[in-house]
Design a binder for this molecule. Structure first.
Ligand code: ADP
Length: 384
């Protein structure tokens, strides 16, 4: 086990800044996942930890050692990649033990380590299988066992489940969590799949365009996203956004208005803001406390219904005339999630309310979060 520290890591490839001034401390035994869209610098960050890439600037510290210039084999790390490169002509035992044999470990020690690794990834009894006699999931477990036998201080995993089919991926997520519990080792994981990041990690590091956007436990990224990027990337389907302004009365956009006390939310009057609300925090008005509703109800049109079995996604339009955008939700649209037996019909009118305790405000220019959850605007006194 070991801590991993990245200090002011920058990596440039010519004009491209793949990683930009990354500072990060991963604790001993922690499972941290780098997540973000393709090309955001996840793999480059991982490779600087592994020693496969030298940073242009900055330091990498593993345990108490500055390993910035150390070769990969001297860093105490083991890597598992997306492409499971097993030797096709070797059976499972030989594949798992290959590195140990190369390093001339004693046979008793090799057997002991292979046996333990096979037990952890549940490959007992398969030692003489050849790779082409195994499923994708089993081959990936061989690759993980091969990493385990090296007793690394830190496991580095770069999209290890990307080539598996959807069902197996979900199964392997649980296996990796179990593995983490069993080995109690620091795991650094890379994925572009936010669901994978959310389900397995102690903390997730959300990246965009080479920059770290937020590092926090999964639910904190979900409930208190640091900025618009994190808000939009974490959660599926994604958060709804409405851009508008703060006026004396509250939030105003082309389509919606919401009462709000600007001062208590740290918003400047007339400030441009983006309001964010997740599909599950948009409710049918009649399910809510009606006393709260009149000034807050949005009357919309149910454009498209997507029944998912356990819930229905309802694409709402503020106005029938709003053009639906091909790239997803546009300004005049909201996505709502309702229970399967909800009384909503396609093309019908629906009154909806936003759960104010779950509404987020972001700065209209920087995209940084201003507040998560709106308390009610105080009633104006008669004397005013
Ligand atoms: P991710 O893992 O998030 O998909 P990468 O770390 O692979 O992103 O890449 C980050 C950026 O750096 C991308 O723009 C990519 O094109 C660039 N990049 C990565 N490796 C190299 C390389 N060896 N040479 C030039 N550019 C690279």
């Amino acid at each position: 086990m070991a801590r991993v520290r990245l200090e002011e890591i920058t990596k440039r490839y010519g004009e491209v800044t793949a990683v930009d001034d990354m500072n990060l401390a991963i604790e001993d035994g922690e499972f941290v996942t780098f997540v973000g869209p393709s090309g955001c610098g996840k793999s480059t960050t991982m490779e600087t930890i592994a020693g496969l890439t030298m940073p242009t600037e900055g330091r990498v510290v593993i345990g108490d050692r500055d390993v910035t210039n150390a070769p990969p084999k001297d860093r105490g790390v083991s890597m598992v990649f997306q492409n499971i490169a097993l030797f096709p002509h070797m059976d499972v035992y030989d594949n798992i033990s290959f590195g140990l044999r190369l390093r001339k470990y004693e046979q008793v020690e090799i057997d002991r380590r292979v046996e333990r690794a096979a037990e952890i990834v549940q490959l007992e009894g398969m030692m003489d299988r050849m790779p082409d006699e195994m499923s994708g999931g089993q081959r990936q477990r061989v690759a993980i066992a091969r990493a385990i036998v090296r007793n690394p201080d830190v496991f580095l995993m770069d999209e290890p489940l990307a080539n598996l089919d959807a069902k197996l991926r979900v199964h392997m997520r649980t296996e990796l969590q179990r593995l983490h519990k069993e080995l109690d080792t620091t795991i650094v994981y890379v994925t572009h799949d936010q669901a994978e990041a959310m389900t397995m990690s102690d903390r997730i590091a959300v990246m965009n365009a080479g920059e770290l956007q937020q590092i926090a436990p999964p639910l904190e990224c979900y409930n208190e996203p640091a900025n618009l990027f994190v808000a939009g990337f974490i959660g599926s389907p994604g958060m709804n956004f409405l851009s508008g302004r703060v006026t004396d009365a509250g939030f105003e956009s082309t389509h919606a208005s919401l009462e709000l006390d600007p001062e208590s939310h740290g918003v400047e009057p007339d400030q441009a803001v983006t309001l964010g609300v997740r599909p599950e925090d948009v409710h049918l008005a009649r399910n809510r406390d009606q006393a709260d509703a009149p000034s807050r109800t949005l009357t919309m049109v149910a454009d498209v219904l997507e029944p998912m079995g356990d819930e229905i996604f309802v694409y709402l339009l503020f106005d029938e005339d709003v053009e639906t955008s091909a790239e997803g939700r546009g300004e005049g649209q909201l996505l709502m999630s309702v229970v399967p037996d909800a009384d909503v019909a396609e093309d019908g009118r629906v009154d909806v309310v936003l759960d104010r305790s779950k509404v987020h405000l972001f700065d209209g220019e920087t995209g940084d979060a201003i507040c998560h959850g709106l308390t009610q605007a105080p009633a104006r006194s008669e004397a005013e």
